[in-house]
Design a protein around this ligand. Sequence first.
Ligand code: HEM
Length: 249
Amino acid sequence: MSSIPSNSRWPARLDLLQSASGLALALFMWVHMFLVSSILISNDAMYAVAKLFEGYYVFGRSYPWLVSAAAAAILVLIMLHAALALRKFPQSTRQYQLFLGHKNRMHHPDTTLWWWQVVTGFLLFFLAPMHLFGMFSQPDQIGPYASSYRVYSTHWPLYLILLFAVELHGAIGLYRLAIKWLSFPTMPVPVMRKRLSLLKWGMSAFFIILGLCTLLAYYRLGSTLQDQPGERYHPVTQSQCPTNSEVLS
Ligand code: HEM
């Protein structure tokens, strides 16, 4: 296999692509978490968000395949990001031993954070596609009742682990991007690191608490639907809603 010349720009280009895809996924997750937590406002709010993503307010009717397309696009972006990130994983037992030895000797916060990046990234390899396939294959099964019943009956363990993995991975990723690409000429580096680290933990705490409250809201609503698993939510103001033939969920 031809080795890449030492002055090749490809490693740097791939690093930039990894940072850009990571930034896009982290920002997507922020928007996603706010949209999913609309259930905390009301069932009507979550219903409106689901209809928005089905294109109802643009095309006057629902096209659930738009959600499938979004899920497929996010999956492709995750696969690109994961493939680029695999370059950074230790590649042999020896490399793992060397890294873990270094981490345990140094106790350097950013080295430990990188290890958590690897562990949460590894978990996301397997857990994110499980959720995305559900969204891709059953895009019409999103709504206050359909989502709540899914969370209550099957998905809450997946979402609980996924929530911690993605929020920690995203916040650590944004912190490392800020350290790597941003500069604050007037601020001494140790002060900058400390403030960025505080911001990182603040973001993680905020999104994990929001995610846990949201998950609990779906779970509790789902527990009231045990006997009517196929029940679909229809907002009170039926007149503003699309007719049954236009609404799938
Ligand atoms: C376009 C892609 C996506 C769509 C359409 C989507 C949609 C949804 C919906 C509707 C829910 C509410 C529960 C349900 O209906 O089952 C949900 C929950 C959740 N999603 Fe996604 N999702 C997407 C991508 C992702 C990705 C990439 C991740 C993480 C890697 C993720 C992590 C989660 C988590 C952790 C929850 C539980 C929310 C909570 O903890 O309160 N989602 N998603």
